[in-house]
Design a protein around this ligand. Structure first.
Ligand code: MD3
Ligand code: FE
Length: 220
């Protein structure tokens, strides 16, 4: 008995998810999480039953078009008094849900694939984009240790990620992100300005009219 060898697509060949170097310590692992998509979407739904998605307000008084929630020991927040991490979800008055094992495994595997060993995230910020939602250029600097990388996972509808420089006015590069793409950022790239272009209309088989992005961080 023998079976015909089927040609494997790139994401089925172990370790061959295509890599794009976006900077000295910034790497895009195309489709790295694609096979885990269904379970990841289910886990996001379970976390959102404990801490629902909500639109937060920036210190300047703007309602964010992106809805967010968190899992982990601490969650990222914004309100009129500023940006910060907190162990308590202000909407429920209780702890955020734990980071699901499936999420943690993925974060550690992706960090290792990008050359960061011993990544122990204590926060996972989950962003939900509906068509029209966007994230303006910003830096992530509410974490204590900028030597720890950030791992981000994109699921569902595609988006254009805007990747800038060390100054807000620096030219941005447009990077298309699709379902299952994972990015890892560290070292000198950790403080780059970045954002997400307005999400286009669409329907994704797993997430419907949404894009989800979750970012694992070491906040404390
Ligand atoms: C580069 N999220 O939550 S993920 C954010 O798609 C955020 O929802 C975007 O920016 C999103 O803060 C982009 C990729 C990402 C995340 C954090 C970074 C890139 C980063 C921190 C430093 C540099
Ligand atoms: Fe960010």
């Amino acid at each position: 008995m023998h079976s015909e060898a089927l040609p494997l697509t790139s994401h089925e060949i172990p370790g061959s998810a295509s890599r794009v170097a976006l900077g000295p310590r910034a790497v895009l692992l195309r489709a790295f999480a694609r096979d885990r998509g269904p379970e990841l979407v289910t886990a996001i739904g379970a976390a959102a039953e404990i801490s629902p998605f909500r639109h937060m307000v920036t210190p300047g008084g703007w309602r964010m078009s992106v809805a967010l929630t968190n899992c982990g020991y601490v969650g990222w927040l914004t309100d009129r008094s500023g940006y910060r991490y907190d162990t308590i979800d202000p909407m429920t008055g209780r702890a955020w849900p734990a980071i699901p094992r499936l999420f943690a495994d993925l974060a550690v595997e992706a960090a290792e694939a990008a050359g960061f060993s011993a990544f122990h995230p204590d926060a996972c910020l989950v962003n939900r984009y509906a068509p029209g939602a966007r994230l303006s250029l910003h830096q992530d600097r509410n974490e204590r240790d900028f030597d720890q990388p950030i791992v981000s996972v994109s699921l569902g509808l595609p988006a254009i990620f805007l990747w800038g420089g060390m100054k807000r006015a620096d030219k941005t590069q447009r990077v298309p992100l699709t379902h299952g793409d994972v990015m890892v950022w560290g070292g000198p790239d950790r403080l780059r300005f970045h954002g997400v272009h307005h999400l286009a209309d669409g329907k994704h088989p797993l997430t419907g009219a949404y894009r989800f992005n979750f970012t694992f961080r070491r906040a404390l």
